[in-house]
Design a protein around this ligand. Structure first.
Ligand code: CA
Length: 423
């Protein structure tokens, strides 16, 4: 049974069960009267931080630091570092807290700063410099290995020793709500048959989360695993759309290329690591024990529930997958330590995706490829139609939230609709 604790209350109306409780305080970018700026959200109210800064409510920041809220992306704010961004989050919590009238009594400021969420136009939160996609779910890697290689040796020999990943394409990462055209490419439908060109016939989603870095490091340096979280600002939901038939033909020997670079979608609000702290858990036992540079002594996973819904055109959304960020074999800290161990520098606003997050049960698989087991187990939708991969007009909606004992920290949703291939 769930016990309900009493948590901080806000004088700003917050519907019960809202992802955006007073404990959350996410950061994002809105466009308002033709200008972009930094915002947070509480309940169904979006708050423009430049207005609060202008009126002295973030007075502990210096002149230059106050400018970051007027930037069209979060990078300058994030780049102030965790000591400052943490302070801003705590200050906002304090201002919004029931019983604190400092902001509440300033109706003039509230009128300028507060926007109902239905009227807020969200924009890409971050200018993403570099993007890495990991492959850190043992269940996903095992499923894919079973389907495409050898069921008896599904995991390749390196998998339990290092967080496998590849450098992806940052330019095609877009905001939730952006539709994506079905990609075209080369495939070889039959093993020894002809190579053909055309729209993918195996369009898939990948249920992932991604973290965003807040610092820059010099080339040649590396980030120790025990310090890695200091460089992680927060997380978003990530849908790494994939064309399986194109992927299968092109990926040898250097890995995915065009099959993964035609559109990946992120959710608009970045949820900070601090907000997720109450949901820290141990990850799966790692066997064999990782090499010392990847070894962790403290819990480094987070219990975040994930849900995917598929919505055919004109139908209601149907839940097709329930998974959990905590299933990941390799933690974010291990991913970042590994990313930098050879001397690769990182920058403010880099994005590191987890890889598809599957659980052990068939309804927790984080892609159509696995849910329908390579096309052999079709999903039934409410309109009676079946799917083994995504069709034109289908929407994929991913939700993520952490919840326990009445405390809820949510990410909102990450949505995209598939459009027909362009001529
Ligand atoms: Ca992926």
């Amino acid at each position: 049974m769930t016990k309900t604790k009493s948590f901080m209350k806000s004088w700003i109306e917050t519907p019960s069960g809202s992802d955006f409780s007073l404990e959350n305080i996410p950061f994002g970018i809105i466009e308002y009267q033709g200008r972009r700026g930094v915002a947070t959200r509480i309940g169904d109210t979006v708050v423009r931080l430049s207005v609060l800064a202008h009126h002295g409510f973030l007075g502990f920041l210096t002149g230059d630091q106050l400018q970051v809220f007027e930037a069209p992306e979060l990078n300058p704010f994030i780049g102030l570092g965790k000591a400052v961004t943490r302070e801003v989050r705590l200050r906002l919590q304090e201002l919004f807290r029931e019983g604190n009238s400092a902001l509440q009594s300033r109706a003039d400021v509230c009128r300028q700063a507060f926007i109902p969420v239905r009227e807020a136009v969200m924009r890409m939160p971050v200018r993403i410099g570099d993007y890495t996609d990991f492959y850190s779910s043992i269940e996903h890697a095992t499923n894919v290995g079973k389907m495409f290689r050898d069921p008896a040796n599904a995991l390749l020999p390196n998998w339990r020793h290092l967080p496998v990943g590849y450098h992806g394409r940052a330019s095609s990462i877009v905001l939730s709500g952006t539709p994506i055209h079905r990609p075209k490419g080369q495939t070889r439908p039959a093993d020894e048959g002809p190579v053909v060109f055309g729209p993918t016939k195996q369009l898939d989603f990948e249920l992932e989360m991604a973290f965003i870095t807040n610092g820059s490091t010099p080339l040649g340096s590396s980030i120790p695993v025990e310090k890695a979280e200091d460089y992680i600002f927060g997380l978003v939901i990530f849908n790494d759309l994939s064309a399986r038939d194109i992927q299968r033909w092109e990926y040898v020997p250097l890995g995915p290329f065009l099959s993964k670079s035609f559109g990946s979608i992120i959710s608009p609000w970045v949820i900070t690591l601090e907000a997720l702290e109450p949901f820290r858990i141990d990850g799966p036992t790692q066997t064999p024990e990782p090499l010392p540079y990847l070894r962790q002594s403290e819990p480094a996973n987070f219990d975040i529930q994930l849900e995917v819904a598929l919505q055919a055109s004109g139908c209601r959304p149907q839940s097709i997958c329930k998974s959990n960020f905590g299933f990941l074999y390799w933690s974010m800290a291990q991913q970042l330590a590994h990313q930098t161990v050879a001397g690769c520098n990182i920058q403010v606003g880099d994005l590191y995706a987890s890889g598809t997050i599957s659980g052990s049960e068939p309804d927790s698989y984080g892609s159509m490829l696995e849910l329908c087991w390579k096309g052999t187990r079709p999903l039934k939708l409410p309109d009676g139609s079946e799917r083994t991969f995504l069709l034109d007009g289908d929407s994929v909606i991913i939700k993520a939230y952490a919840e326990k004992q009445g405390l809820r920290i949510g990410f909102g949703e990450c949505e995209t609709t598939i459009l027909p291939a362009l001529p």
